[in-house]
Write a protein that binds this ligand. Structure first.
Ligand SMILES: CSCCC(=O)C(=O)COP(=O)(O)O
Ligand SMILES: [Zn+2]
Length: 220
């Protein structure tokens, strides 16, 4: 492939990533998953190796329920813009960088929800949210009979680089997500479709655990 053909292919891939991000952003916003400008999304662009990759990511601090020409930018494996831009990448871009580096995922979605926040605090001492035998564990790609999972919880710090090594330590190879304490869920997949399925499955499981715990408490 000539340099020019390579340039065109990259441009096409970037446009595909922006279109996928715009679609998911609109859908998640319609579900109220970006309260107060929270949340961020990314889709990987081009070839991957752990030391060199690029991804399209949401710009920081935007109202994610609005569609504008300044919603996304392209960054490298260190979270630095790959092209000249006045836009700032998400404040949490380094978390995306680390998850891509560790997993080689194709897309990463992050939202804040009340259910994820409550269960992250409820199970904080355990450092994981246990879920057993719920059908939607299959939505995470785990098809065992009566599967038992422990969704990891990591501490939340205002200084994002401090969160990165916590994620490095907590990630479980078979679980495509991690909870930040009293913050929200990060979920990923090989592409945007799979990352969305994983995020939706986690959210379902968090709501299930929340309601189940309440119900158990009211029976005591
Ligand atoms: C307003 S929520 C605090 C920041 C945050 O947790 C988040 O997900 C959004 O930050 P971004 O820089 O990606 O807009
Ligand atoms: Zn966040």
């Amino acid at each position: 492939m000539s340099d020019f053909q390579e340039h065109l292919a990259k441009l096409e891939d970037k446009q595909r990533a922006y279109a996928e991000l715009a679609e998911v952003k609109e859908l998640f916003a319609s579900r109220g998953w970006f309260a107060g400008t929270s949340g961020n999304l990314s889709v990987r662009v081009g070839d991957f190796n752990p030391g060199s990759f690029q991804f399209a990511v949401t710009a920081s601090g935007k109202d994610k329920s609005k569609r504008t020409a300044e919603d996304f930018l392209l960054v490298d494996q260190n979270g630095k813009p790959s092209e000249p831009t006045a836009l700032k990448p998400s404040a949490e871009t380094l978390i995306h960088c680390e998850i891509y580096r560790l997993t080689g995922a194709g897309a990463i979605f992050h939202i804040h929800s009340v259910f994820s926040n409550v269960v992250s605090e409820w199970f904080w001492e355990r450092r994981s949210v246990p879920v057993a035998g719920v059908e939607l564990i299959k939505g995470l790609g785990i098809w065992e009979e009566e599967a038992q999972i422990e969704i990891p919880i990591v501490p939340n710090y205002a200084d994002i680089p401090r969160i990165v090594p916590e994620i490095t330590d907590a990630l479980q190879p078979r679980l495509p997500g991690v909870l930040l304490r009293k913050h929200g869920i990060y979920a990923w997949g090989k592409d945007a479709f799979e990352a969305k399925r994983h995020l939706e499955s986690f959210e379902f499981l968090f709501e299930y655990v929340y309601r189940w715990e309440l119900l158990q408490g009211s029976r005591r």
